[in-house]
Write a protein that binds this ligand. Structure first.
Ligand code: B1M
Length: 215
């Protein structure tokens, strides 16, 4: 198989032998971010389709996710960094009940490499833990990720809880994850939240939004 197809296949098959050699070879023609976006994420998309249609079982999805994480970890030092640190601080979490963290961790990498401080508190985080982290770190914004349909409901509940606690004017919120839609965030959730809430389709839009929130 040609290199790009082979890399995509490694994600789909959860095959890590020879992964680093292929990534190294790919780096001579593409940037690390291009490899992630154009090849690896395409592989994860196929995994999602195969799983969704019943052609792939969960343990294999997990293997694919592990190879994806390994590939991103290998590429991370090759991702372009800016020198200007301290542009702002964001708490990032995957919401309560949801374990998906590959997208959230990509957002972490992109923001960190572009001068933001990211307090990444992990997966399955209830709103109380997210708010504790935001208070403790004096965050400028809160980012929530979630891939399950039920996570979109939890995000709504979280925003309502933030209204109730009276912190909505202090914490602009960025939301992302495969089950969300722009319309749901910009129509439904904006009607709920008393502060600023934005939808990020991908990690790069997350960066653009963080830049906007900080100005
Ligand atoms: Co799960 N899973 N999974 N899964 N999984 C999905 C989400 C699913 C759509 C698959 C499917 O059916 N086709 C489906 C959800 C269906 C639904 O809710 N209606 C599903 C399911 C059902 C489940 C389980 C319930 C399965 C089960 O147990 N029977 C279970 C849930 C467990 C739980 O959460 N409680 C489960 C478990 C798992 C694994 C553990 C095996 C594994 C996750 C491993 C891990 O993350 N450490 C896994 C995986 C890998 C997937 C798919 C195949 C791939 C997800 C992924 O990593 N994509 C996924 C299929 C899909 O998404 N279509 C699926 C790559 C990643 C980079 O994309 O996270 O979307 P994503 O991030 C994007 C953007 O969304 C955005 O930026 C990224 C790109 O730049 N973004 C943000 C994300 N967060 C952001 C935050 C921001 C800004 C942008 O600012 C804050």
């Amino acid at each position: 198989l040609p290199l790009e197809e082979r890399l995509k296949r490694r994600i789909i098959d959860g095959e890590r032998t020879g992964l680093e050699e292929d990534l190294e070879a790919a780096l001579s023609g593409k940037s690390a971010l291009e490899i992630i976006n154009d090849i690896l994420l395409d592989g994860m998309k196929t995994v999602g389709e195969l799983f969704g249609s019943g052609q792939m079982q969960l343990p294999f999805v997990l293997q694919s996710a592990e190879v994806m994480k390994q590939a991103v970890a290998y590429l991370e030092p090759h991702i372009e960094k800016t020198d200007d640190g301290g542009k702002g601080r964001i708490v990032l979490a995957t919401v309560r009940g949801d374990v998906h963290d590959i997208g959230k961790n990509l957002v972490d990498i992109i923001l960190t490499n572009n001068g933001y401080e990211v307090v990444n508190i992990g997966i399955k985080q209830p709103i109380s833990a997210i708010l504790d982290a935001a208070e403790d770190s004096k965050a400028d914004a809160i980012g929530m990720s979630g891939l399950l349909v039920k996570s979109t409901v939890i995000m709504k509940e979280n925003l309502e809880e933030m209204n109730t606690r009276g912190v909505s004017d202090r914490f602009p919120v960025l939301l992302g994850g495969a089950a969300l839609t722009r319309a749901y965030v910009e129509d439904d959730l904006r009607a709920v939240y008393q502060g600023e809430v934005h939808y990020a389709r991908d990690a790069f839009e997350g960066l653009t939004l963080m830049e906007r929130v900080m100005t």
